[in-house]
Design a protein around this ligand. Structure first.
Ligand SMILES: [Ca+2]
Length: 393
């Protein structure tokens, strides 16, 4: 079996308003780092447990229409007349097998089951820095990672008696993949680092910028940031089922989004993933250590780029490990709330991510395969998580 995915950094979970949570998370991470504790220790604090138990859960998504027992199966839907929305391709929808029977799967990637999705337009690439910059310029939007914590918001979420954090840690920031100098124990805290000042404009923190990376996928966007962009663009996030249907490109039972060939067959890489020894040695055989410009690798059969690797992509669904056991057949929109048995008491609920990132590899995290499910706390931006949008016809 695979080891734990690098998509789950040691974020400190939290509860209600994403803004407040983000700051608390960052400060807790610093505090815990200083105390030499892990995230699990935080959850042992009774007050936080109570907070988790009473934590607000956002209302369920208002879903797309679901199945009717008397409706005929959905077949592929013809592309609407007229020009495609700029940068989008038509995904015809239809019936497919979602999930996998792969023996090397995670338990939450099964059972394989039949799902129908309607047709929709999908961004051919991940949302780029250039596109996100246009959104910010037009709206003045400030991402979760860029918002400064307040002492009051942090006090409100901590156990009584916890000392106030020093003023210098009350700064915005985000989680940055930071390779250690050599082999380390298999725990994500060794390669994820809370970096004050890290955000979409400064992907590795202060001193880094996106000049020369405007055609790379935007990163350090939390789920609410992605939703805000989609709304501004007149689009929405894909459901997990739509995402997987699109990733498969009409292929049936194939291992990868391009077919069954290994990612580097013929000596030419088909996606931006990790080569070498994770997490300390990346041979850069695919050309990139971190994000790659969108369209650096061939598209899948639907004309979609980077549906494997580069960055994880937010979906609209809540994450539940067992959703496939109760998923409706037609246009599933996810469970009404989130639950992850591998981290049962997060203070922030989780949303699904898909597609894997530049940190994936068969040796470490093979979830860049079309069925591979990811999930992250919805207020958490990271240096390997982005998104793309869809649009109804
Ligand atoms: Ca991707």
């Amino acid at each position: 079996m695979e080891r734990r995915s690098p998509s789950s950094p040691p974020v400190i979970p939290n509860a209600t308003a994403p803004v407040r949570q983000r700051k608390l998370k960052g400060w807790l991470l610093l505090l815990l780092t200083g105390l030499g504790l892990g995230a699990g220790a935080t959850l042992a604090v009774p007050r936080l447990r109570e907070w988790v138990a009473n934590g607000q859960r956002p209302a369920p998504l208002q879903g797309l229409p679901t199945e009717s027992a008397h409706e005929p199966p959905l077949g592929p839907q013809p592309r609407p007349d007229g020009p495609a929305p700029p940068g989008m391709v038509w995904i015809p929808g239809g019936t497919f097998r979602m999930g996998t029977t792969d023996t090397n799967r995670h338990f939450f990637d099964a059972p394989e089951h039949e799902v129908e999705v309607g047709g929709f337009w999908m961004d051919e690439t991940e949302v780029t820095n250039e596109q996100f910059a246009a959104f910010v310029k037009a709206t003045g939007y400030v991402t979760v990672a860029e918002q400064k914590p307040t002492l009051e918001s942090i006090r409100a979420g901590l156990p009584p008696g916890t000392p106030d954090p020093p003023p210098e840690v009350l700064v915005p920031g985000s989680l940055v993949f930071t390779p250690p100098p050599g082999p380390v124990p298999n725990h994500h805290s060794y390669w994820w680092k809370w970096v004050p000042g890290a955000c979409w404009k400064h992907p590795e923190g202060p001193g880094s910028d996106i000049a020369g990376r405007m055609n790379h996928p935007v990163v350090h966007v939390a789920w609410p940031d992605a939703v805000a962009y989609a709304k501004w663009a007149g689009k929405r996030l894909p459901t997990e089922a739509e995402w997987e249907f699109a990733a498969r490109g009409g292929l049936v039972g194939k291992k990868y989004v391009w077919g069954d060939e290994p990612p580097d067959e013929g000596g030419k890489w088909r996606c931006n993933i990790w080569q070498g020894e994770f997490p300390y040695l990346n041979t850069k055989a695919d050309g990139y250590v971190r994000t790659a410009p969108v369209k650096s690798y061939p598209p899948n059969a639907f004309g979609l780029y980077d549906m494997a690797g580069n960055v994880w992509e937010w979906c609209s669904d809540w994450y539940r490990h067992d959703y496939y056991f109760s998923s409706p057949r037609r246009n599933p929109t996810g469970p009404p709330s989130s639950f992850d048995p591998q981290e049962p008491n997060p203070l922030t609920p989780k949303r699904v991510t898909r597609g894997g990132s530049f940190l994936c590899s068969d040796g470490f995290c093979s979830r860049y395969k079309p069925y591979g499910r990811g999930r992250d706390e919805m207020d958490s931006g990271q240096s390997h998580v982005g998104f793309r949008c869809v649009k109804d016809k």
